[in-house]
Ligand binder design. Sequence first.
Ligand code: FAD
Ligand code: MLT
Ligand code: ZN
Length: 475
Amino acid sequence: MPKKLPNDFLSSLEQIVSNKGMITEQTEIRPYVTEQRGRFVGETACVVKPATTEEVSAVVKLCSDNNIAIVPQGGNTGLVSGGIPFAEDKAIIINLSRMNTIRDLDPINNTMTVEAGCILQTIQDHAANNDRLFPLSLGAEGTCEIGGNIASNAGGINVIRYGNTRALILGLEVVTPTGEVWDGLRALRKDNTGYDLKQLYIGSEGTLGVITAAVLKLFPSPKEQQTAFLALNSLEDALPLLNMAQSMIGDALTSFELIPRIGIDFSLQHGHGVIDPIEGEYDWYILMEASAGTNNSALPDLFEKYLEKTFEEQWVLDGVLAQNKAQSDSFWLIRENVTLCQKPEGGSIKHDIAVPVSSIPTFIKRANIAVEKLIPGIRPHPFGHVGDGNIHYNLSQPVGMDKQEYLNRWEDVNRVVHDIVIDLKGSISAEHGIGRVKVEENVHYKSPLEIKLMQQVKRSFDPQNIMNPGKLIPE
Ligand code: FAD
Ligand code: MLT
Ligand code: ZN
């Protein structure tokens, strides 16, 4: 059972958010405390769902006065257990889903002001309806919320062209740990007036304050798009392929994703409506996309020349260029299923690593050898945003091994893989963040000075340590 909260505290909460914004029934609370991958289930006595910034502010002030911890939460799709409280926390969840108003879209300034609980896909659609693009895109976009995307500095499939969430935010509104409201909703591309506080909140995973609204950058909506699914001659050939794309089609390149054969096999076996676009089997595939913001651009011509060159050089052995939107959607359906279809194959030990792009083949080869030595029969499933140097180095259990026995090796496997990452001057969390599950791992690899500086930032923003305690940095 979760730690009890004082009755007068609960009734004061209810006065702020009304019964519409309070959940105290444990059966109803369950989905809010169960993280995405089902590895951990947290506990809380109460989930509050404020409807306005003023309500968030009043709830936070009440928690601060009573020294009750707060776990901010959006769509609860995060992959590092940052958005759920654990038993020892004695915390409430502030879920932002009811704050879902799009406050403004300025087509001249190319900005949109949204509340934190807006679902990412709703934001993308609203931008598209106004002939604009909000380029953040990831598998969870139908469920995750912009506040969660900002708090976790999400990446996704368009980072190579548009940057991660950090690059897409111009302003923020934040409720501080004492309940004050910082109105930083500036829609400016230039503002050189001191420390850039919004950048501290972006990626802070709920440890510095509750994000209630944001000003987002918009871009011209794509008018022409080219999507290709290519079978590589070898993993190493992904590098010249990327390099050539960047020199021949330049900035138009928006996605460059790696898919291993095992990912296609899992998707064909467990996914719905997945079709292998290429006859024959190859070890590695690239799904790439490019887009132009104007009609009649040079893109189709450049893309065709680029593809010819990749065949000439024999980096690509076979490939399909999508002829229409439906075909390009079918390529992206494979990519989506690659993420989802590892689950039916039993235990999967996951990593979200980054190394310099040039080191990707070395990383995958070294890691494959090391993990096979540790657990013979382990099935590496490296996939993802190779154009950003970011691989989801996931490892499916050997066929026939007991799932729990396999998952018990999680930390041993992490150590071996992360040692290689650090040796190659990489990162143990490229885009999913630290949350609860990587706190110790981060301390293991980051310098004590870096951890100390982060702790000093945390203490100066949140001296009471009530904002998402125990997440991101050690207490
Ligand atoms: P939550 O999970 O609710 O919260 C995430 C963190 O942010 C928590 O620490 C929480 O406390 C904090 N937080 C949430 N809202 C606020 C707020 N308003 N103020 C302050 N703190 C807050 N991630 C990628 O980067 N790239 C991907 O390609 C990608 N693909 C995914 C695909 C799938 C199928 C799934 C399930 C997840 C994927 N993710 C990916 C994980 C990704 O981080 C999340 O999906 C998303 O960014 C989190 O948004 P959320 O609203 O669900 O946040
Ligand atoms: C992805 O790129 O598909 C995600 O980040 C999800 C994952 O790593 O499982
Ligand atoms: Zn990813």
